[in-house]
Design a protein around this ligand. Structure first.
Ligand code: DGJ
Length: 352
């Protein structure tokens, strides 16, 4: 990993001037500059990740797409509390990340705009539409000054993966409240939004229109057990859906549901998909996305956020490989790991 550097709590404290939040550990900051970690080919869940400019990566509740040889990571740009827009970073190796742009900014001029400064943009996800040749960004939108009451899904579109994205509209899909959400494009190109509805009691799915800019009326409830933070992937022709409970920014236990049809029925696994220290609170994180490793069959990375509600910008990223034990996905805690882990694991005959 060349530029995603794991630095200590004290290092961030010095960078952000908020030392009281951090336990002093070995400092890697020297005279105000970040001393770069020489080993730049590993993923260190929960540590501070820097981009190729030495800035802390600011892309929370995110999702990643792979496009023409590069990964693009979209995530919430956060201030200490405020939502500031959607950032997009690029990488060709999942270790080194470059800040490309603010993919979608808030509207600083029009206080009546849906995305007026002060609105909340969460969990941005992007899909490429082969038919329209456009990139479509969806996110959870809350209107300025209205807390979490608007509960809308919002859509923006761009000709280029890095944007800028043009805001189109926001709405409640088929009239249903919509908070935490994710997008999923199936093998045949059909796309779906999976969203927490009815004050997060129901998890729903709606098929998107062909241009991915709106929802069709093919919209159904998946299950009704108060879940959010959906992250979905398909393995062995079975859809796997990891979700969290609803405890605000506080971490809780993840669950796994599986189905052979996106519209259900979905079956809850009895096994906790997380394993290792703090597995019962998702390693003190919350699911946001499952990233299929490009060009590699059955290699998936579980992406979660370790939220810091006292300073959302300093929320950390928990990226861990998904293992399959008896066909069941397991996310095991690792302090650090490399992509070569997948091949080594296969060689050891550990998968399946
Ligand atoms: C949990 C959600 O998963 C987050 O995206 C965010 O909406 C927080 N709740 C707000 O409390």
């Amino acid at each position: 990993m060349k530029n995603v550097f794991a630095i200590t709590g004290l290092s961030l404290a010095l960078l952000t001037g908020c030392g009281q939040h951090f336990v002093a550990q070995q400092s890697t900051v020297e005279e105000g500059t970040v001393k770069k970690n020489t080993d730049s080919s590993k993923i260190s869940p929960g540590k501070i990740w820097l981009d190729d400019n030495g800035e802390v990566i600011n892309a929370h509740g995110g999702g990643v797409i792979f496009q023409q040889g590069k990964y693009y990571w979209f995530g919430e740009k956060r201030g200490r509390f405020a939502s500031e827009g959607v950032n997009v970073y690029s990488s060709s190796d999942l270790y080194n990340w470059k800040l490309e742009a603010m993919a979608l900014s808030q509207d600083k001029n029009d206080t009546l705009s849906d995305i007026a400064r002060g609105c909340v943009m969460e969990r941005p996800k992007v899909l490429y539409n082969e038919k329209t040749k456009k990139f479509v960004l969806w996110f959870h939108l809350e209107l300025r000054g209205k807390g979490y009451s608007a509960a809308r899904a919002a859509v923006a579109v761009s000709d280029n993966v890095t944007g800028p994205y043009k805001y189109i509209s926001s709405f409640r899909p088929n009239g249903n409240m919509s908070r935490d959400m994710t997008l999923y494009k199936d093998d045949n190109g059909d796309a779906y939004i999976i969203y927490s509805s009815r004050e997060n009691y129901d998890l729903r799915i709606a098929k998107l229109t062909d241009d991915f800019l709106s929802v069709t009326t093919a919209d159904t409830m998946l299950f009704s057990n108060h879940r959010e933070a959906p992250a979905i992937f398909k393995y062995n022709n079975i859809y796997h859906l990891i979700t969290s409970g609803c405890t605000g920014w506080k971490s809780n236990k993840a669950t796994l549901h599986t189905a052979t049809n996106l519209f259900g029925p979905w079956t809850e696994s009895k096994i906790n998909p997380m394993s290792g220290p703090q597995a019962d609170i998702t390693f003190d994180g919350q699911s946001t996305f499952v990233l299929p490793v490009a060009g590699k069959k059955d290699q998936f990375i579980f992406l979660a956020d370790k939220w810091n509600p006292g300073n959302l910008k300093d929320s950390r990223y928990l990226w861990l490989p998904i293992q399959f034990k008896n066909e069941t996905p397991v996310v095991e805690w690792m302090d650090e790991w490399r992509l070569g882990w997948f091949e080594n694991n296969l060689k050891k005959g550990n998968n399946n």
